[in-house]
Ligand binder design. Structure first.
Ligand code: NAP
Length: 271
């Protein structure tokens, strides 16, 4: 592509940048013939200084682990706009720069809702959500009025606090060894560095009908491998990623991606 001074630059800021965002957004710009480029940046230090750079230079910015809460605090402290999903989850994963001010969004909430739209949930269906960090908060908000939601986290206190805030239930981490339910969701980072790590004992996976992972990895995580082996409905992290990235794309460019582009990405994500 030909990068000129007119090219709109979008970046992602993460401690461990992945490849999926770069591929998704750049292929989308190409499909629509947009003069945009998307560049993942590794940020381990001060996010605030980096967001000052974003404000002066870039059209859009995706925020990944572990910076989503700090991005929310930055936008709040500088009186920028923040959408209701970001306010509810106190976490920002998408920033749009209109040239004068920044707008913070959280596309994980709708991404999770879309990824789960093929799962029929009733009020009394038990859902075990493992994790209480940024993405877990987004998922919890999208599920809290749809099912009997339990939050479980390595640090029990964080699970308890989040459950209290959302008025849902929580369970101690050890409960994962004997719990059962309709839907199990891994919303921790376990499996991110090593896809062969699993947040739950393997012999407990059979106790759920549907298993969803948020972790985006080049090869299927052990959780997804095991769920598929047991003939469960398995929803990999890449599926949620496609939905949340499609919403980000629209925020950055003002354009909706063609349905066939998104379907192709979903097919790849489910493979
Ligand atoms: N698919 C998607 O579209 C999508 C979107 C956003 C994020 N993600 C992925 O979701 C994952 C979590 O992101 P996040 O932003 O929520 O991160 P975060 O806010 O840092 O939260 C991390 C969570 O993982 C738990 N955790 C970390 N290491 C653990 C371990 N060894 N054993 C058990 N629990 C552990 C933490 O528990 P403690 O509270 O005990 O530390 C916490 O609940 C990352 O892999 C990220 O890439 C995917």
């Amino acid at each position: 592509m030909n990068v000129t001074k007119e090219t709109a630059i979008c970046v992602s800021l993460a401690a461990q940048p992945g490849e999926s965002g770069r591929r998704f957004h750049n292929e989308g710009y190409e499909a629509l013939g947009l003069n945009f480029v998307y560049i993942p940046l590794k940020v381990t230090g001060n996010l605030e200084a980096m967001l000052d750079v974003v404000k002066d230079n870039f059209k859009g910015c995706s925020i990944s682990m572990p910076h989503k809460r700090a991005a929310f605090d930055y936008l709040n402290a500088h009186n920028h706009h923040i959408d209701r999903y970001a306010v509810r989850t106190e976490s920002v994963n998408t920033i749009y720069n209109d040239g004068t001010s920044l707008m913070g969004h959280n596309t994980d909430t709708n991404g999770a809702r879309e990824a789960l739209k093929t799962v029929e949930l009733k009020d009394d269906d038990k859902v075990i959500l493992i994790g209480a960090g940024g993405v877990a908060r987004a998922i919890a908000y999208s599920l809290k009025d749809k099912a009997d939601l339990y939050i479980v986290n390595r640090t029990n206190e964080t699970a308890m606090n989040l459950a209290k805030k959302l008025k849902v239930k929580w369970l101690p981490y050890v409960a994962l060894q004997h719990e059962e339910g309709k839907l199990l969701i891994n919303a921790t980072s376990v499996g991110m560095k090593d896809p062969n790590e699993c947040p739950i004992p393997l012999n407990s996976i059979d106790k759920y009908d549907v298993v969803m992972d948020v972790v985006i990895s080049s090869s299927p995580t052990l959780l997804m491998q095991e769920a598929r082996r047991l003939n469960k409905k398995a929803i990999p992290g890449k599926v949620m990623h496609v939905y949340q990235a499609a919403e980000q794309f629209k925020i950055y460019t003002g354009k909706k991606l063609p349905d066939n582009f998104v379907w192709k990405k979903l097919e790849e994500a489910r493979a």
